[in-house]
Ligand binder design. Structure first.
Ligand code: HEM
Length: 417
């Protein structure tokens, strides 16, 4: 047992690495959730049949006739949801402590790969129950793919295996969900862990105090044990109280209203209501991903100091830009929904310009205006400026997602309930 532990941790670590709010144990929690997913996933495989005729009935059988079947399905579902949330929070903590630079730059990129895998594990799993919710959510999500320029339509046809979801789609999603993606996730997580050790452990703020090395066992192991127990308790409790969703069997002839994408794509779906599809499904998401991948290659004046939000100015600017991002996103959505439809007021102009380039220029103009009026006076360093852009993107994305999930009702109209 001790040898296994030594593969994961070194024998001794810096005492400062034990401070809980350094990492909040988020990486470890994501790892534990992966283990739970693997175990419950294997158990579910014993009963699940990946064909449109039998998939739904096999879930009903599991629910009603298999001992703890419903509970195991709930654990698999909720730990998948938590894994996505926790991997996202871990991604934020790594960014806000500056742990994506220097020696950790490659691990940041592999981390992005992990986030991508976690999203697609959730996405491919979503279809498997083959109920109305799954069928229509995956239908709208795959429709988003067809908006990609040039290759969109053929890419969608390739993924779906036809024009509409069919037996082939279910088989493809099943293979990805139960074999390809878990295998890639496992390899990538092991490599990710190895790189954390290679970097000498987690990033620790430079302080004047001396570095005291302490034994990992019991100092760190005990804390990890407590975090694992609390997480397990939460997953079990939520799984006991709330069932994983299951509506009636998929009916391709009767669409849901509203037809919503899975919650983690609700932000992109919301963006589609306001921007030309090429911008909402391709230009904006790709630019954001390129920005995230480009971050570790930016040349900063100083090495990361491991402090949350860099400095006092960093904290202040992050707070103000969060408020700005909330206001701009909410106001932009309301304005576009009720007051100004760019395509309608510029009928002679191609929609790509009226509903894509023009609103984007307005948005960039607002951000530059905010910089000129407020941020410039703070005299921010390059690190702090990059943080401001990051905060804007993340907050805007969260607001879009919340509106997409909670404030879109029948016919995708804005609603308060
Ligand atoms: C399945 C998902 C993931 C798992 C299981 C995982 C696991 C871990 C663990 C256990 C650590 C050690 C410290 C800690 O707990 O924070 C860590 C550190 C790290 N992770 Fe992840 N991670 C995942 C996703 C990500 C993502 C999405 C990113 C960012 C894009 C990322 C980037 C990093 C980096 C750069 C470090 C080093 C941080 C430091 O040295 O302070 N990881 N990860």
């Amino acid at each position: 047992m001790r040898n296994i532990l030594l593969h994961i941790h070194p024998a001794k670590i810096n005492e400062k690495a034990l401070v809980f709010n350094r990492t909040f144990g988020l990486g470890g929690m994501a790892a534990l959730l992966i283990v739970i997913q693997f175990i419950t996933g294997v158990l579910l495989r014993f009963y699940y049949t990946p064909s449109p005729a039998e998939a739904y009935d096999s879930i009903i059988f599991l629910k009603n006739d298999v001992l703890f079947g419903q509970f195991i399905r709930n654990i698999h579902y909720w730990s998948g949801v938590f894994m996505l949330m926790i991997a996202f929070l871990h991604f934020l903590r790594v960014f806000f402590t500056g742990a994506y630079q220097d020696i950790r730059k490659l691990n940041w990129l592999f981390g992005l790969g992990l986030l991508f895998l976690v999203v697609f594990l959730n996405f491919t799993g979503y279809l498997l129950p083959w109920d109305q919710l799954a069928y229509w959510a995956i239908t709208v999500s795959t429709n988003i793919i067809s908006y990609l320029p040039l290759i969109g339509d053929s890419l969608r046809t390739m993924i779906v295996g036809g024009k509409e979801l069919n037996a082939g789609t279910l088989q493809t999603f099943y293979t990805f969900h139960t074999a390809v993606l878990p295998f890639l996730l496992l390899i990538l997580v092991l490599y990710h862990f190895w790189r954390v050790r290679k970097a000498g452990g987690v990033l620790i703020p430079e302080t004047d105090g001396e570095d005291i090395m302490v034994k990992v066992n019991p100092n760190l192991v005990f804390k990890e044990f407590i975090v694992a127990l609390v997480l397990l308790a939460i997953v079990f409790l939520v799984s006991a109280l709330f069932n994983a969703p299951l509506l009636e069997k998929a009916n391709p002839a009767y669409s849901m209203n509203p037809t919503k994408a899975p919650w983690y794509f609700a932000g992109v779906q919301e963006l589609l209501m306001h921007f030309h599809p090429v911008f909402a499904s391709f230009v904006i998401p790709t630019s954001v991903m390129v920005f995230f991948a480009w971050l570790p290659f930016l040349k900063f004046n100083e090495s990361p100091n491991g402090k949350w939000f860099i400095s006092e100015k960093g904290i202040q600017s992050a707070k103000v830009v969060s408020i700005f991002a909330i206001l701009v996103t909410v106001a932009g959505i309301l304005f576009n929904e009720y007051i100004l439809d760019f395509e309608m007021i510029m009928p002679g102009i191609p929609a790509l310009i009226s509903n894509g380039i023009i609103p984007l220029i307005i948005l960039i103009g607002l951000m530059l205006g905010f910089y000129g009026i407020y941020l410039k006076r703070l005299n921010l360093s390059k690190e702090e400026l990059v943080q401001v852009v990051f905060v804007f993107i993340i907050v805007a994305f969260i607001v879009l997602t919340i509106i997409g999930i909670f404030f879109r009702g029948k016919d995708m109209e804005l609603t308060l309930y």
